[in-house]
Design a protein around this ligand. Structure first.
Ligand code: 13P
Ligand code: SF4
Length: 330
């Protein structure tokens, strides 16, 4: 009898399906994919794929982005798992935060919103309607710089850490609504929404001190979703793809401790690579997808009874696409 993996490979050929998987997926799911990548690469490469169906192993906002960019494709997800950070903001919260800024004397005409790609299509659409951009951790630096050319204040949602870390990099002032005082918010160049990634919050100053004491020559590399206090102590900070490049190009005997998702760190490099935590920092929702789910989703396509199809409202899609395309232009 064929095993599940062989059945999946056969079904995807027969049904004209491209399987796409983010680096944070479990190894056994990651290995099934035609396309692997970080969120930016996956959005671009899934859009360029020629197949009728995209089977997306990741979190909901990623599948939504593919659907917005390629509405002619049928996008299905083995699990419609939601990124915990993306869940921290919806359009009502976005509007409430704008109202706080308006009350502080900063009008919408003076605000340029930028949303991290980890947000719903509806939030991307609200940002797009205001003339704003989407960004990922790979291109946030360039997008924020472009945004600043408008002379407006940047309202960065939903990840406060990414906003704070890039403001620190550029030498600008940031403030977080709900954490900083309203005077500090008024004075900031980059105003951040108070969202965060629960996985990247797990890395602590004590973890860095532990590894530096144990291996004095070790390098520390982290994702910019980590708290600014962690990024400040690290030797390198970069997006998923930037971390992969940095770590895989290190000399084989160079030790490195990495502050990002567990599955990805574990497959990066055979030796001298450590997860920068005494916990197991897996992304719980990324880890929901199983090989069985992939098989069941393919079988549903074969039976003409599609499950977990991603659909996006036409108006939301129109403005979310504008915000995503502005990102690609930069
Ligand atoms: P990347 O854009 O680096 O793929 O990150 C997505 C993400 O969810 C990181 O936690
Ligand atoms: Fe979202 Fe954090 Fe998981 Fe990335 S690691 S998908 S930001 S919860």
């Amino acid at each position: 009898m064929m095993n599940l993996k062989e059945e999946i490979l056969k079904l995807k050929e027969k049904l004209d399906v491209t399987i796409v998987a983010h680096f944070y997926q479990k190894d056994e799911v990651f290995e099934l994919a035609d396309i692997n990548g970080d969120s930016l690469e996956l959005a671009k490469r899934a859009m360029a794929a020629k197949s009728k169906y995209i089977l997306f192993c990741g979190v909901g906002f990623m599948g939504e982005s593919v659907k917005v960019l390629s509405p002619e494709k049928t996008v299905v997800m083995p699990r419609i798992a939601c990124c915990a950070m993306a869940k921290m903001i919806d359009v009502d919260y976005f509007d409430e935060n704008l109202a706080i800024l308006n009350k502080a004397g900063i009008q919408n005409d003076d605000i340029l919103p930028i949303t991290y790609i980890n947000s719903s299509a509806a939030v991307k659409a609200a940002v797009g309607e205001m003339g704003g951009y989407v960004c990922t951790s790979s291109n946030a630096f360039a997008i924020i710089k472009r945004g600043l050319e408008s002379g407006k204040k940047i309202f960065f949602v939903p990840d406060r850490c990414l906003g704070q870390n890039f403001a620190n990099d550029i030498g600008l002032k940031s403030a977080v609504i709900g954490i900083n005082t309203i005077e500090e918010v008024k004075d900031a160049d980059i105003i951040c929404y108070n969202g965060f990634c629960s996985v990247h919050q797990l890395f602590t100053v004590e973890d860095i001190e532990f590894y530096r004491e144990k291996y004095p020559d070790i390098l520390i590399a982290v994702h910019p979703e980590c708290d600014p206090s962690i990024v400040a102590l690290a030797d390198f900070s970069g997006s998923t793809s930037q971390l992969i490049k940095y770590i895989t190009e290190l000399p084989a005997d160079q030790k490195v401790a990495v502050g990002t998702e567990y599955n990805m760190v574990n497959r990066l490099r055979p030796n001298n690579t450590y997860v920068l935590s005494s916990t197991k920092p897996e992304c719980p929702t990324m880890n929901e997808t199983t090989v069985q789910d992939v098989y069941d989703t393919l079988k549903a396509i074969e039976n003409g009874n599609i499950i977990n199809e991603i659909k996006v409202d036409d108006k939301v899609s129109k403005y979310a696409k504008i915000a995503l395309e502005r990102m690609f232009e930069v």
